[in-house]
Design a protein around this ligand. Structure first.
Ligand SMILES: Nc1nc2c(ncn2[C@@H]2O[C@H](COP(=O)(O)OP(=O)(O)OP(=O)(O)O)[C@@H](O)[C@H]2O)c(=O)[nH]1
Ligand SMILES: [Mg+2]
Length: 347
């Protein structure tokens, strides 16, 4: 399945059915009076978040989504049929923006959340409704209420508690496969991970949290280098980051670990100063490749040059990973993101 996380669509509700102007005609009932029924209500366009969906792929082939109109009212007081609602299923975590103004319309952050994006038009009144003591034979009726149209941009933002940051090859996917149920591809070349993966880290009865593994970032990612910064939106909801830095030396052309750490943070700042403020736990990976002394020296350099304490792990050997996950769990329970409830303009 392709990982499509952004689409633009046009949605239109159904207009209301028009009311009917009709008079009762029966052989022995002279002046039978008005009997035109009301039009039916037009269908709504409804957005529905469901855990059955993981991407926006299913919306890619179609641009226009339209609910059906209400049926017209009929004689003998019959009301027109209501139009059918059009329900668009979206993965949980989809954020809805007005495509023209960029206004945030809704955040479908919970499973089974429903919002009406476009309301169907009201059914028009039939002429029966206009009967008064002075006008017993009204010919007036209402047309149906108009349809609503909206162009919207849908953006999927995965719901994860902890986001992994790091260069390609830093060992992000290796860590997530060591500690969670996720089994992403791990390989010894950059950009192995091309789309985000989620992994659930379980603490049995105590609970669990979700880690997001996203493609690696490189210098210039903010200018579109490598895979760019577009996947960072998937860690926008994370409570904090695990910033992974390989402790290995990759020769002349690759910056040293402290510098790599700073490069990622610079790119992050360009993407979002707010995101750059988010807490980070800095983790040296692949420490099985260095001796104790070299690790201590790196630790000291991080402390001195960047002012951070680093953890050290070797994910394939499960060295330091359990402690790291416990620390994440503690931090999460302390400062679990009480995601600001979005005040949606949709009702
Ligand atoms: N020796 C050693 N090798 C490791 C360790 N962690 C990861 N590796 C290796 O490093 C390489 C890259 O690991 P990945 O987990 O694919 O790296 P990544 O950060 O997900 O890389 P991208 O998906 O390309 O961004 C693989 O060959 C792993 O086997 C470690 O702790 N020790
Ligand atoms: Mg990877």
């Amino acid at each position: 399945m392709r990982f499509i996380d952004e689409v633009e669509i046009t949605t239109i509700s159904g207009k209301g059915g028009k009311g009917c102007a009709s008079f009762r005609r029966e052989v022995f009932v002279p002046f039978g009076g008005p009997d035109g029924g009301d039009g039916g209500k037009g269908g709504d366009v409804v957005l529905y978040a469901t855990s059955r969906r993981n991407t926006l792929e299913h919306l890619r082939g179609q641009k226009l989504y339209q609910a059906t109109p209400g049926g017209p009212g009929q004689g003998a007081g019959r009301t027109g049929a209501d139009g059918e609602d059009l329900v668009i299923e979206l993965p949980v975590g989809t954020v809805v923006f007005d495509a023209e103004t960029g206004q945030l319309l809704a955040d479908l952050a919970e499973d089974e959340r429903r919002v009406i994006l476009c309301h169907g038009g009201q059914g028009g009144r039939g002429n029966t409704r206009f009967k008064t003591s002075t006008n017993r034979a009204p010919t007036r009726y209402d047309p149906g209420g108009p349809a609503q149209a909206r162009d919207v941009r849908l953006e999927l933002r995965l719901l994860a508690d902890v986001g992994l940051l790091g260069f390609p090859n830093a060992g992000k996917s290796t860590l997530i496969s060591a500690v969670s149920n996720a089994r992403p591809r791990v390989a010894d070349y950059p950009f192995t991970t091309l789309v985000p993966n989620l992994g659930v880290v379980s603490f049995g009865w105590e609970g669990s949290f979700v880690i997001a593994d996203i493609p690696g970032l490189i210098e210039g990612a903010s200018e579109g280098q490598g895979l760019g910064l577009r996947f960072l939106r998937h860690v926008e909801r994370c409570t904090f980051f695990l910033h992974l830095v390989s402790c290995m030396d990759y020769g002349e052309d690759v910056p040293d670990p402290v510098r790599r750490y700073e490069i990622i943070n610079n790119e992050l700042r360009v993407f979002s100063p707010e995101l750059a403020q988010r807490p980070q736990i800095v983790v040296l990976t692949k420490v099985d490749t260095l001796d104790e002394e070299a690790i201590e020296a790196l630790r000291a350099r991080f402390k001195e040059e960047a002012g951070v304490e680093v953890r050290a792990i070797s994910a394939p050997l499960h060295q330091g990973t359990t402690e790291l996950m416990q620390e994440c769990w503690r931090r999460l329970t302390e400062l679990r993101a009480t995601l600001a409830e979005v005040d949606s303009p949709l009702r």
